[in-house]
Design a protein around this ligand. Structure first.
Ligand SMILES: Nc1nc2c(ncn2[C@@H]2O[C@H](COP(=O)(O)OP(=O)(O)OP(=O)(O)O)[C@@H](O)[C@H]2O)c(=O)[nH]1
Ligand SMILES: [Mg+2]
Ligand SMILES: [Zn+2]
Ligand SMILES: [Zn+2]
Length: 503
């Protein structure tokens, strides 16, 4: 607003000067008003002419360029290598250019007049005081030109103001309309992601994100990293499509970009495949004390999907699933119990920050109350499979780790799995182990885990209990967890590939 005020004051000032000059000159020359009016008209046209030149690109004004706007990731704000929409930047430069050029011309004319007129007058005076008529005529002529120029100044100011107001109105209308269109477009992304329970997970660096980066298919990008577009929302670079700094057109919104562009991990640039971030994804962490039987459970749960070879510090098993809106990726994350309990090894298990559900595996033979009942040959049977740590420690460790990675525990469903049920059911102490969730819960409570059960009820989302026979997938823990996300395991025939282990 202060700019408008200054313009108005300037116009007022010029009008006052013009009025005085006008009054003085009018006494002598009757057609001053016409000259003044002509000046105003010319000034106005001058501004309009400059506007036409600048807007048509002939004016050669300053241009916003994507390489000047590009901010690579690293420190602070990140901005993609893309042309901003005309109304999102260039319009301001053009407005300034119109004002600068118009006022520059007016200034030039005044300078000419003020420089030459006094010189002429001095010369006349020098040529003889007697030629008074010539002096008066010169003075009047100067005043006359000044009147015309004053008119032109007012006209130019009016014209520039008119052009600015018109451009401002168009820009405002464009922004208002653009925001009204962009909001639903961008909300559609959020909504689709939420309905599908979609997100992307990088198999290389284990980073999970809602929105991956997309690689522009254009051939040349300078600087090199500029080919990655990290924010394809409808916005100031375009509502329905944007122009990359390389000239290629890209679709806006995550939903449309994911269908046609190659998605990559925003951190390590590993390719994530089509539909990354828009495909249903459920990541299940298999937690428990060391040796509790986690890997065995994961192998059984993915048995129908194939491979069972473990590798990497934190093995991942990918399974194909189905959601009512399309295919689903299921990932079993199987961290070693030691890495979860040892803070120095937490880097190995950073995949856990991406957890959506937890399977907590309990080795019943590590419970002191159960261990005490084992003796002689029974003990010998169990020993080779005995877990290394107390279940409670395993539970505390996983809760602390997930908490420290800002995982919203209270939203995570948890399946508590009693492992080694084949051995357990052979012992008298295991005969009372119920078959359903409530029965298993009661048995665990009697076996000394009442506190853990209460903590799980308090800290996690829905909790259910399972005691599967190893070697079968019939325990139902995984199907139940998946059903919490409206996902089911894909029938074997529908699986594009067998379960694969990824690092
Ligand atoms: N009989 C029997 N043995 C089991 C069962 N589950 C696990 N085991 C044995 O228990 C031992 C540990 O099992 P794993 O699945 O490797 O345990 P883990 O929890 O993955 O162990 P870490 O990854 O080291 O934390 C192995 O010797 C398994 O064969 C089971 O249901 N029945
Ligand atoms: Mg393991
Ligand atoms: Zn990555
Ligand atoms: Zn490009």
């Amino acid at each position: 607003m202060p700019v408008m005020l200054i313009i108005l004051i300037a116009i007022g000032f010029v009008v006052a000067v013009v009025a005085v000059v006008f009054a003085a000159v009018r006494l002598y020359i009757p057609w001053t008003p016409a000259l003044l009016a002509m000046g105003v008209a010319c000034g106005f046209l001058l501004a309009v002419w400059h506007a036409v030149r600048v807007l048509s690109g002939l004016g050669g004004g300053d241009t916003i360029r994507p390489d000047r706007l590009y901010l690579p990731p690293g420190r602070g704000r990140v901005r993609d290598f893309a042309w901003p929409h005309y109304l999102a930047g260039q319009v301001m430069l053009d407005g300034t250019a119109v004002v600068d050029r118009t006022m520059g011309d007016v200034r030039l004319l005044w300078r000419l007049l003020l420089k030459t007129a006094p010189r002429r007058l001095t010369r006349w005076f020098d040529e003889g005081a007697g030629r008074i008529t010539a002096q008066v005529a010169g003075l009047l002529l100067g005043l006359l030109v000044a009147a015309a120029l004053a008119g032109a100044t007012v006209g130019a100011a009016l014209g520039a103001t008119f052009v600015l107001l018109a451009m401002g109105a168009v820009a405002l209308a464009g922004w208002a309309g653009g925001i009204l269109v962009a909001i639903p477009l961008n909300w559609r992304d959020v909504l689709v992601r939420r309905v599908r329970h979609a997100s992307a997970f990088c198999p290389a660096c284990h980073y999970s994100t809602d929105v991956p980066a997309f690689r522009c298919p254009g051939p040349v990008h300078v600087p090199a990293g500029a080919a990655l577009h990290r924010d394809l929302r409808a916005g100031s670079s375009g509502l329905f499509r944007r122009t990359c700094g390389c000239g290629a057109h890209l679709p806006t919104t995550h939903l449309r970009a994911a269908a046609v562009l190659d998605a990559v991990c925003p951190l390590c640039e590993t390719p994530l495949g089509r539909d990354a971030g828009m495909r249903t994804s459920v990541r299940v962490v298999v937690a428990g004390a060391a040796g509790a039987g986690k890997s065995r459970w994961a192998a059984d749960a993915s048995r129908d999907g194939g491979q069972s070879v473990l590798d990497g510090p934190c093995p991942l098993i990918r399974l194909a699933g189905r959601h009512r809106h399309g295919p689903a990726d299921i990932l079993l994350i199987d961290p070693p119990g030691d890495a979860v309990t040892d803070p120095r090894r937490h880097d190995e298990v950073r995949a856990l920050h991406a957890a959506h559900a937890v399977v907590f595996v309990i080795d019943p033979f590590t419970l002191p109350k159960i261990a005490r009942t084992l003796a002689g040959p029974q003990r010998a049977q169990v020993d080779p499979a005995l877990g290394e740590g107390p279940a409670r420690d395993g539970y505390d460790a996983i809760v602390q780790l997930l908490d420290s990675q800002a995982v919203p525990l209270s939203r995570l469903p948890m399946a508590v799995v009693v492992s080694k049920a084949d051995l357990l059911r052979r012992h008298p102490v295991g005969r009372t182990l119920g078959a359903d969730s409530a029965g298993i819960r009661d048995w665990l409570s009697d076996a000394g885990l009442a506190h853990l059960i209460l903590a799980a009820d308090r800290e996690f989302g829905p909790v259910r209990y399972f005691a599967p026979e190893p070697g079968t997938q019939a325990d139902g823990a995984l199907p139940w967890l998946l059903s919490e996300f409206s996902v089911s395991l894909a029938p074997r025939s529908a699986r594009p590939q067998e379960a694969t282990r990824v690092r």
